[in-house]
Design a protein around this ligand. Structure first.
Ligand code: ADP
Ligand code: TRP
Length: 329
């Protein structure tokens, strides 16, 4: 059976970009009987940005509750926290010793940081810690430890998957053919989800619609979607943030009707009202599950512990083989 694995960093409260861009597809894939699925919370990756212990815990519970509210079935999916799998960190160290520094010099996130420093006339490595620099190796350890065949990710993670494959090749060439090739799976239908201001929706731009905020928050965030000063009577272009966000939630029929209204003229206030309605009717039942888990964090912890127990069986097998291959045992 093919093994499918993905992880999300708990670095902030989940938004609709995370849902439509990643979580929804991953949940659908996990229902496919041809795959054994491992989905995890990449909490030690998040440590690079989240240095507040309260927030670290909060975001971890929020992302776990989000997966569960979006339909992850913990009986079917091994659902765990990265930090509960000590074998990840042992493999991480072993992989560090076969990963050329040059490969990591080329990683986008590190390079962007260096460029930014140079533009500001700072030391190129200012603010760069080893967690950022070695981020791709830890990710390779997550993936290779579970001998994952398929890794569903957003386009922004493509380079990390390439680095993973490169590291696996170095290992196989050094110690013998062992790691399987892990292929990225980037669903083509999923474009970039647009935020309130028309740019990519991202925590770092502060332009998000919180996935499971209460109704009041959802309404107020939708009301902040940037529109223009056209009057209600004027025909409008559908190539705009509000139409795109409406379309995420609406049925094909509702989208056609909205297109028609755009061509005839409709007030932005009315479009926002209808966007709230379609969004809320999709999110409300999921929000209830989310709120249940948020108020029962001990249940989340139990689910993640059980998931880690199952995942560690795979981890123990892989690390046992790796120890033999490197000559430790
Ligand atoms: P953020 O940019 O808000 O920090 P993350 O980097 O934590 O989001 O993303 C978590 C997952 O959600 C990734 O798989 C990423 O590809 C996906 N994702 C995040 N924002 C978007 C977006 N605007 N459109 C599509 N997918 C997204
Ligand atoms: N780097 C990924 C992100 O930022 C999160 C992640 C960590 C991951 N380890 C992984 C994704 C392994 C897929 C597989 O979104």
């Amino acid at each position: 059976m093919k093994r499918i694995l993905t992880g999300i960093k708990p670095t902030g409260t989940p938004h609709i970009g995370n849902y439509f861009g990643a979580i929804k597809q991953a949940i659908e894939l996990s229902k496919n009987e041809d795959y054994e699925a491992l989905y995890f919370i990449a909490d030690y990756h998040a440590l690079n940005t989240v240095k507040n212990p309260e927030l670290f815990k909060k975001y971890t519970h929020e992302i776990a509750a989000t997966w569960l509210a979006c339909g992850l079935d913990p009986e079917k999916v091994m659902f765990y926290k990265q930090s509960d799998i000590p074998e990840v960190f042992e493999l991480n160290w072993i992989l560090n010793n076969i990963t050329p520094k040059g490969v990591l010099n080329r990683a986008h996130a590190y390079k962007a940081c260096v460029e930014d420093n140079k533009n500001k006339n700072l030391d190129p490595d200012s603010g760069v810690n080893m967690g950022l620099y070695c981020y791709p190796v830890l990710m390779a350890a997550d993936i290779l430890l579970m001998q994952s065949n398929l890794v569903p990710v957003g386009l922004d993670q493509k380079q990390h998957l390439e680095i993973t494959k490169e590291i696996a090749r170095y290992f196989n060439n050094t110690f013998g053919n062992f790691f399987v090739s892990s292929e990225e799976y980037i669903p083509e239908s999923v474009g970039t989800i647009i935020g309130l201001d028309g740019r990519k929706m991202s925590k770092s731009y502060g332009n998000t619609i919180t996935l499971f905020g209460d109704e009041k928050m959802l309404r107020s965030q939708i009301n902040k979607i940037v529109t223009n000063s056209q009057t209600p009577e004027e025909p409008k272009d559908t190539d705009c943030a509000i139409f795109k966000i409406f379309s995420l939630f609406a049925t094909p029929k509702q989208i056609e009707e909205m297109k028609e209204k755009f061509s005839k003229g409709i007030g932005w206030g009315e479009v926002k009202k209808q966007t709230f309605e379609v969004a809320n009717s999709l999110l409300a039942p999921m929000r209830e599950v989310y709120n249940y888990y948020i108020s029962h964090p001990e249940e989340i912890d139990k689910i993640l512990e059980n998931g880690a127990k199952k995942a560690r069986q795979i981890a123990a097998q892989t690390i046992g083989e790796v120890r033999k291959l490197i000559g430790k045992e």
